[in-house]
Design a protein around this ligand. Structure first.
Ligand code: PNS
Length: 161
């Protein structure tokens, strides 16, 4: 039977760490759906449409990966898709506590869905969308941390071009 997995997140914007994780997950599961959360407390820099565009460009070479957005409970969305796995990345021990809490809560909400933790390449273990935005905002180099297209969009959004 085909195993479908969902990789949820804010992706504001997608980083090379996310892409690394998407590539690793796409090799493990038959289908991977990258799902951008629509309703969030965080005020995003990029709209959901912009984030989806950047992700779609970044994964266009991966045939079993698609990009979409969702609102509401993640486990409901996963079940609606007929998926059984939630993929989350863990960069360092500091991520673990929050991720464990979410994974156990999601397990309580649905016993049909398992969370799988994936490790990105070591070279991305310090990388986050938040830091990328901060560095770009302060005029630092984000080259090699995000796809070139994302780098350009960040610079133009933050008026550094
Ligand atoms: O990249 P992020 O912002 O850390 O992703 C967080 C995300 C989207 C995975 C999480 O906020 C989420 O699943 N939100 C959907 C609402 C939900 O199901 N909440 C209960 C989680 S236990």
């Amino acid at each position: 039977m085909e195993t479908r997995a969902v990789y949820p997140g804010s992706f504001d914007p997608v980083t090379n760490g996310h892409i690394d994780l998407i590539q690793r997950s796409a090799a493990l599961f038959d289908k991977l759906v990258v799902a951008i959360l629509r309703n969030t407390d965080k005020v995003p820099l990029f709209s959901v449409e912009e984030r989806a565009e950047m992700l779609e460009r970044a994964v266009c070479n991966l045939k079993n990966v698609s990009v979409t957005s969702f609102a509401g409970l993640l486990v409901d969305f996963v079940e609606e898709l007929g998926a059984s796995v939630i993929v989350r990345g863990i960069r360092a021990v500091s991520d673990y506590e929050y991720e464990l809490q979410m994974a156990l809560m999601n397990r309580r909400l649905s016993n049909k869905v398992e969370t799988v933790f994936m490790l990105p390449a070591e070279s991305y273990s310090f990388l986050s969308s938040k830091l990328v935005k901060e560095i770009a905002q302060l005029g630092g180099s984000i080259h090699g941390l995000v796809p070139v297209d994302v780098e350009k969009r960040l610079r133009s959004k933050l008026k550094f071009e």
